[in-house]
Design a protein around this ligand. Sequence first.
Ligand SMILES: [Zn+2]
Length: 376
Amino acid sequence: MLFKDIIGHGALKQSIIKSINEGRISHAQMFLGAEGSGALALALAYIQYLFCVNKTETDSCGNCSQCHRIAKLMHPDVHFVYPVALSKEKGVEKSSDLFREWAEAFLDDPYLSLGDWMDFIGAENKQPTIAVEESKDILHKMSLMAMEGSYKTMIIWMPEKMNLSTANKLLKVLEEPPDKTLFILVSESAQMLTTILSRTQLTKVLRCEEIEIAGALIKTHGLSQEAASAIAKACEGNYRLAQMMVKGEVDAEFNMQRFQQWMRVCLNMDGLKLSEWVNETATIGREKQKQFLAFTIKTIRQSILLGLNYPAAINPADQDFMTKFSPFINYENGAFMVDELNDAYYAIERNANAKILLMSVSIKLHTLFPQRRKTA
Ligand SMILES: [Zn+2]
């Protein structure tokens, strides 16, 4: 993974390169970045740069034997830990049981989300976990001598999916690391043991800039400037989502239609229509539900801006609905709604029961609307 193949993050890349060249390599690091920010790709680019024997001031060479093997995820001193769906029947109890699948999924898209990974291994409805069996494997791999005499490295993706006993065992390794080891934890949320957080050096990976996403879409997908800018604006810094939009896997029209139906039933609280809406939305699958909730959050934010007379980028086809809808949203109830919807997004990601969740969110949204109810 070369730095140049990762969208944006110019300043961060420079600071990583500088720290490696100055020998400031903290043995336990945390790359914290939202879905689609490229944090996982950056972690691998970090390790490749550390190992490359012909590195330049700006990147790994991409040609030496270290670079070749890392790029194929075949380097003996570069290990990965990631959540899996535990299965006795399939003999899956730790990451290495699914390494071939992991390599295939990551090489296909280094911006993959946890949902993509679970779909890839056919575990859409199972709980992604880094279980205690993993900690033995971590200890074993990291206590061996480095095969190439340099660092032993391990990228732990989604450490927030570790159960408590795994986390405690990892903590012990982080406290007393074997010589020449490097752990990079790549997380989307800092919701994990604070003791682990306190043992790692934090690197925040920000969301990608619109202009960088647009540039990448033009270059890799041959989009026009106009189309690329529209997607870059809509994806809110999530490059994975941007790519899905290009492939037509996210249907903005479908989301807007569903959003309008939802807001109408929440405003008027028609029980029958609400239960129809909830039942239907519960069947669209976890990834589409997440996309829909992200769309809803974005649209509520736009309504807050409209109410404050700030310019918001509204699709002309939705202008009419948004003008009628925005008076129902003000700064205060809008902020509460966004909090609720954010919680719902993460609950869906953690496999919450969609029907129960959507019903409960709908009722909360209803109570947050002003008392004078009208059909938007
Ligand atoms: Zn190289």
